[in-house]
Design a protein around this ligand. Sequence first.
Ligand SMILES: NC(=O)c1ccc[n+]([C@@H]2O[C@H](COP(=O)([O-])OP(=O)(O)OC[C@H]3O[C@@H](n4cnc5c(N)ncnc54)[C@H](OP(=O)(O)O)[C@@H]3O)[C@@H](O)[C@H]2O)c1
Length: 218
Amino acid sequence: MRPNVIYHVECSLDGRIDWLKPNGFLYYRVIQDKKYDAMISGSNTILAAPMSQDEHIVKLLDQYLIVVDGQGKIRNWDLIKRQPHWNSTPIVLCTKRTPESYIRHVNAEQVHCIVAGDEHVDLRAALGEIAEKFDIKTIRIDSGGVLAGAFLREGLVDEVSLLLSPQLTGGTSPKTIFVADDLDSVKDVVVLELKETRVVEGGHVWLQYRIVQRTTQS
Ligand SMILES: NC(=O)c1ccc[n+]([C@@H]2O[C@H](COP(=O)([O-])OP(=O)(O)OC[C@H]3O[C@@H](n4cnc5c(N)ncnc54)[C@H](OP(=O)(O)O)[C@@H]3O)[C@@H](O)[C@H]2O)c1
C-alpha cells in the first residue's frame, strides 16, 4: 500500500509561490508538531535550498529525504546527507532514462536509488516501493507546483496543508501551487473537504484539507 501523502505549501492569496514575504520560516513552524516519515522534493527545490556548510551539524529530524531526480542533476549528496532536517540516508528516484553514470554516482555516495518510469519517474510505482522497502507511511511533499502538480494529477495526494500569506503577487508565469496541463472537463477538478482552519501570526491563515475526490486516473 502506498504511503499517506500530504502536500504542505505556502502561497500568496492568488496561489503563487514566488516573492513570498519573509516570516521567520512559518512554513516549517506550523507543522513542527506533525510527524512525517519522509519528505519528498524535486530536483529544482533541492538545488534552490540553502545548505549549511558547518563542520558539525546537529540532526533535528529523523525523516527520510526523497528526491525526484530523473535527469541526474543533484551531485552534492555528501553535503545533503549532513543537513539537519532529514536523516543521513536519502532516497533518490530515477528513471530508466537516467544516465548510467549518475546511477553509479549515487550508488558510490551510498544514496538509496529507486528506478521507476521512463520519461518521468512513475510516482505511483515509486511510492509503493518506498513504502515496502523503508516502512514509510507518511510523506510530506515539499515542492513547488510542478512536482506537486504531477502528484495531484496522478491522484496520489491525500491532504493539502496550505499556509496562506497575506499578499497578492500577480504575474503570468506558472509559479503556482498546482502546475499541470489544462483540464478539458470539470470532472478532473480535485475536490477538497476542509478539515481545519487556523489564523496564525502576521495574518497568515493555515488551511488543512482532505482530498475527497481524486482525478479519474486514480
Ligand atoms: N512555497 C512553498 O511552499 C515551496 C515549497 C518547496 C519549494 N518551493 C519552491 O518551488 C520551486 C520549485 O518547484 P517545482 O515544483 O518547479 O520544482 P521541484 O519541486 O524541483 O519539482 C520538479 C521535479 O518534478 C519532477 N517532475 C516533473 N514532472 C513530473 C511528472 N509528470 N512525473 C513525475 N515527476 C515529475 C521533475 O523530475 P525530473 O528530475 O525527472 O525532471 C523534477 O525533479 C523552487 O523555487 C522552490 O524554492 C516552494
